[in-house]
Write a protein that binds this ligand. Sequence first.
Ligand SMILES: [Zn+2]
Length: 137
Amino acid sequence: MRNPAFCLQCDDGTLLEHLTKDVSITIDDLSVIVPAVEGWHCPVCGEIEFTERESSQRYSEALAALRTTANKNRAESLRAMRKKLGLRQADAGKLFGGGVSAFSDYERGKTQPHKSTVLLLKLLNKHPELLDEVRAA
Ligand SMILES: [Zn+2]
């Protein structure tokens, strides 16, 4: 165990603490607890410098599984919002940018849409009467 270091993420002199503790990972509305993660933990931002392989591997596997589920949920949500607006994938790609195959890629989880695209789709799903205004812009 080396001497405590400063958190490189915070970059403000926050000291890391060597602990074994349960760590929560959250993506969108999904969360998972990874129990007993050993390493240097930042008390402010949650950054972890792993000190043993087993914790690092369990954390990485939990994160990968959560990302897979979150990406699937995002893709399904995107498809549902697009369909609710009555847009074909190619039309959505032209309207929101990214090209005719963009929504095909998003909905297969191949790539992620920009946050602004998701925000605009969510807004239009709450206010579909604005779609004509967006089309005209
Ligand atoms: Zn930090």
